[in-house]
Design a protein around this ligand. Structure first.
Ligand code: FAD
Length: 618
């Protein structure tokens, strides 16, 4: 017990995050008889996962019977440019079908094939149509299903409660965390035998992002400060299709489902430019003419009337619009830089000239409303103006593939905050399946850790007091900087210098500036009370945002090659030697302003039988 005067709760398993990963972990730990609490800084049902659109990838073979875990494994490793933790990719490919069927048993209503199976759609980098989906609102259905299960189990959920820092015991094991209620500003402590981080991504450090306001990298940063390692932090995914106009919604995602369902990319000259950007690795299975690509779309049309889609199971050579995201995003960037972009700095995504209005409204209802309401564009009649947007963090907390345990006893991580699964680039749909596969495994890992009887026995009150003192410091300063100014400048810095294409000069500048930002954060001041104070909330986000931004820039300068989501203009090719390495980062001091060190770590050596599955690509 703590002698704290703050509100205090005790659990076997405390889960930080109520997205797909956190909820799935909670179900697993709860089913094993453990006392589980979930903390989320937004409302239950509103975690970023709810925004997921296109689908969840699982080799169920419902549309293409020849699909199986081995092809999914190969696609995932190839998409990740072989930087992935192979064991995570293997577990993910093997277990995701089971997790999707489980969701169905728990009440998820997926779209159906004619014969009543779960329908699967095409997405970039997947050899076969593999994404189970609910129109373009798959994340909503996933959250609804998991949330219903969690609520029915009576799990405690602490909503609008922000965790500031993890807390150790006297032996350095994780013993819980400290946070505050966003509405009142009152502090709260959670003592727990294990903590599972499921805090999602980091995209809010960039100016244009598809990520929700929650994605400030808190879990990545808290794990680093607590002694865990982060890996592959340079690997940030810029999704090729975000809205570019109007400016107020720039970055908002346009699902890859638009391209999966027939949408094509054109530049301002009307050229279907993706044919010019097919890398040798993908040439054999990518169509090389508009005629061949159009035939593929016709054969794979999800229009109900196109019966042959269900009958013709040959995968065919895919249109170049369905190359992995890193390839498509770079191609768009190149077209815009070459002066062939749209008026607002993007290119055109056209589904209107290729599919009926009825089809578009049925298959892509959210996209239809998003463009109609936000941009006044009717996508059943006009093309969309799109461009790359900061979307997904491949890098994250290094975990043991089977249990999701970090190197800090008692600390686990799952979902987007975890690193390794996706290597240098994630395939679309592979995140939702990652959440349920590794969320479940984290729940099991935490239960087994507790069963082993080595959980924390004390709760470091000094760490609690230190975190609270720092959180309150902005109120003490009367003439410091406004946190919104710091956030604005940070987002500009990251967008301009640690974006989709990087150079040593820009990265060095970013690293130097990020040190200056550390000092600026120490000098922010906020006014008013702790209740309903968004300025103060932001001030408490800034240490995480600065920490993860530094880690990305420091990883990016070390990786002197282009691989997946990480592109260096000064090192445009992949370097086979660097392909054998992850860059791992640690905090040298455990405080948010402590220096971060970067170490080389060899990637795991793959067993021969798995390597054989990849051989045809190497
Ligand atoms: P999240 O869903 O991000 O949840 C994080 C949780 O942690 C939240 O509850 C948050 O409040 C909480 N949290 C964070 N910090 C704190 C803190 N300090 N204290 C307390 N709580 C905290 N992937 C696919 O596979 N298929 C798709 O179709 C797809 N579509 C997407 C569409 C969009 C627009 C976007 C942006 C992403 C999409 N993705 C998709 C990616 C996928 O949605 C995310 O990677 C995934 O949902 C992350 O889930 P998570 O459980 O790891 O975290």
């Amino acid at each position: 017990m703590t002698d704290s005067t703050y509100e205090h709760h005790e659990y076997d398993v405390l889960i930080i995050g109520a997205g797909g990963a956190g909820l799935r972990a909670a179900i697993e730990a709860g089913q094993r008889g453990l006392k589980v609490g979930i903390v989320t800084k937004s409302l239950l049902g509103k975690a970023h996962t709810v925004m997921a659109e296109g689908g969840i990838a699982a080799a169920m073979g419902n549309v293409h019977p020849e699909d199986n875990w081995m092809v999914h494994f190969r696609d995932t490793m190839r998409g990740g440019k072989y930087l992935n933790n192979y064991r995570m990719a293997e577990l993910h490919a093997k277990e995701s079908p089971e997790r999707v069927w489980e969701l169905e048993q728990w009440g998820a209503l997926f779209d159906r094939t004619k014969d009543g199976k779960i329908l699967q759609r095409d997405f970039g980098g997947h050899r076969y149509a593999r994404l189970a989906h609910v129109g373009d609102r798959t994340g909503l259905e996933l959250i609804r299903t998991l949330q219903q299960k969690v609520v029915s189990m009576g799990t405690d959920v602490f909503m609008e409660c922000k965790v500031l820092q993890l807390v150790h015991d006297a032996e350095g094991r994780i013993a819980g965390c400290v946070g505050y209620w966003r509405a009142t500003g009152e502090f709260v402590t959670f003592q727990a035998k294990t903590v599972i981080l499921a805090t999602g991504g980091i995209g809010r450090s960039w100016k244009f992002t598809s990520n929700s306001w929650e994605s400030t990298g808190d879990g990545h940063a808290m794990a680093l400060w607590a002694g865990a390692k982060l890996i592959d932090m340079e690997c940030v995914q810029f999704h090729p299709t975000g809205m570019v106009w109007p400016h107020s919604v720039r970055g908002l995602l346009v699902t890859e489902g638009v391209r999966g369902d027939g949408g094509v990319l054109r530049n301002s000259l009307g050229e279907r430019f993706m044919f010019n950007y097919v890398a040798p690795m993908f040439r054999a299975e990518t169509a090389d003419s508009e005629e061949e690509a159009d035939k593929w779309y016709d054969d794979h049309s999800a229009e109900e009337e196109a019966d042959k889609w269900y009958d013709d199971h040959s995968a065919g050579r895919r249109p170049p619009e369905l190359l992995p995201r890193d390839e498509v995003a770079r191609a768009i960037n190149t077209e815009v830089k070459a002066g062939r972009g749209s008026a607002h700095g993007g290119v055109f995504l056209d589904i209107a000239s290729r599919r009926s209005a009825e089809f578009i409204r049925r298959r892509l209802p959210s996209m239809y409303h998003q463009f109609m309401e936000l941009a006044g564009v009717d996508i059943t009649r006009e093309p969309m103006e799109i461009g790359p947007t900061c979307h997904y963090m491949m890098g994250g907390v290094q975990v043991d593939a089977d249990s999701e345990a970090t190197i800090v006893p008692g600390l686990f991580a799952a979902g987007e905050v975890g690193g390794g699964m996706h290597g240098a680039n994630r395939l679309g749909g592979n995140s939702l399946s990652d959440l349920v596969v590794f969320g479940r495994r984290a729940g099991i890992g935490a239960a087994e850790y507790i069963e082993a009887g080595d959980a924390a026995t004390s709760f470091d009150q000094g760490e609690v007091d230190g975190a609270i003192k720092e959180a309150l410091a902005p109120f003490e300063r009367t003439d410091g900087e406004n946190p919104y100014d710091v956030q604005h400048d940070l987002q500009e810095l990251m967008q301009d210098n640690v974006g989709i294409i990087r150079t040593a000069t820009e990265l060095e500048l970013a690293i130097q500036k990020l040190d200056e930002f550390t000092d600026r954060v120490k000098n922010v001041s906020v006014k008013g009370s702790r209740a309903y104070n968004p300025g103060w909330n932001l001030a408490t986000d800034l240490p995480s945002m600065i920490t993860v931004s530094k880690c990305v820039a420091m990883g990016a300068i070390r990786r002197k090659e282009s691989r997946g989501g990480h592109t260096r203009a000064d090192f445009p090719n992949a370097d086979p030697e660097l392909g054998k390495l992850n860059f791992a980062q640690r905090s040298e001091g455990g405080h948010w302003d402590s220096p971060v060190s970067v170490h080389e770590a060899s990637i795991l050596i793959m067993p021969a039988e798995l390597k054989a599955l990849l051989e045809e690509d190497q």
